[in-house]
Design a protein around this ligand. Structure first.
Ligand code: SF4
Length: 298
């Protein structure tokens, strides 16, 4: 969506809002971070959900909030404990960033998650998406919250394209802002996200269950195939990411420092293993210790 799609007529825009918000009211999943939880709990969920599906996030989120119910509680723990508790969610740098965000919240905001967008954006690890999501879901802010699901829904309904561009464009951001309803913008953010997650999925959209099927330009155009640049796959097997995951699992499961020889056992390709280990050390996820041993950070 690099070019600007034709805006919807006002009557259709009103119907789009009403239909999607009604559908959400009827079908929204009861997820723990959607209950009456603290802004901190919302922030934790957003860090976890960025690159990990809901089903995998749920148990880790519950345990995390039980253990660290406030930013101060997390900030008081060693960052390595945050990495350990992150478990198998993947992309464990998010755990370090969440720990750093908690520390900054304690230092700058007296332990309370700030509500102002610029203060959220100034926290470590908080980018445009997370700031908008926390503002919207924790403080009922009126922000365009553009995650993968929302971007796909808008690309289909408004731009008539199967998929959005690889990275968020200004045109998409402007469109999402123009689509915000005057009231209930925070529910709109959650509802469009839910529509993309449950109905307008990437591979097999369930248009017969879609509350706005008759407004969808991609459907009306006969589902033209995506013809943009190649989309990034999510390769895993044999990748550095998989190797890093194996090394991290050994370190997470060990009560103390691990000898290098134990790490060598979990990945056969030595150059790739060394590269992955160096990367984990450079990212601050692993500490090299005397005697060729390694541990999670303290
Ligand atoms: S009609 Fe189909 S493609 Fe269009 S928004 Fe609904 S589910 Fe997605």
């Amino acid at each position: 969506m690099t070019t600007r799609p034709t805006p919807l007529p006002l009557a259709d825009l009103t119907r789009l809002h009403d239909e999607i918000l009604d559908w959400f009211g009827r079908t929204a999943r009861d997820l723990p971070w959607r209950r009456n939880v603290s802004p901190w709990a919302v922030m934790v969920s957003e860090f976890m959900l960025q690159q990990t599906p809901v089903s995998r996030v749920l148990p880790v989120y519950e345990a995390w909030i039980e253990r660290w119910s406030t930013p101060a509680a997390l900030a008081a723990a060693p960052s390595g404990e945050a990495v350990r508790a992150w478990g198998r969610l993947g992309y464990p740098r998010r755990a370090l960033r969440l720990h750093a965000a908690a520390t900054a919240i304690v230092e700058r905001h007296g332990g309370e998650v700030p509500s102002a967008l610029d203060e959220l954006l100034a926290l470590p690890g908080v980018g445009a998406y997370t700031a908008a999501a926390v503002s919207s879901f924790a403080f009922a802010g009126r922000e365009a919250v553009l995650d993968t699901n929302v971007r796909r829904v808008f690309a289909r309904i408004i731009a008539g394209e199967q998929f959005p561009p690889a990275a968020v464009t200004t045109a998409e951001r402007d469109l999402a802002t123009a689509l915000l309803p005057v009231r209930d913008a925070h529910r709109w953010a959650a509802a469009t996200m839910e529509l993309g997650a449950l109905v307008c999925t990437a591979r097999s959209p369930r248009c017969d269950e879609c509350p706005v099927a008759d407004l969808c330009r991609w459907r009306a155009a006969g589902y033209p195939a995506y013809d943009g640049p190649a989309r990034r796959g999510q390769a895993w097997h044999g990748t550095d990411r998989q190797c890093r995951g194996r090394l991290m699992a050994v370190l997470r499961d060990a009560p103390g420092p691990v000898p290098k020889s134990a790490l060598d056992l979990v990945w056969a390709d030595a150059p790739q293993r060394e590269r992955a280990l160096d990367g984990l050390v450079a990212d601050g996820l692993v500490e090299p210790l005397p005697g060729e041993t390694y541990a999670l950070p303290t």
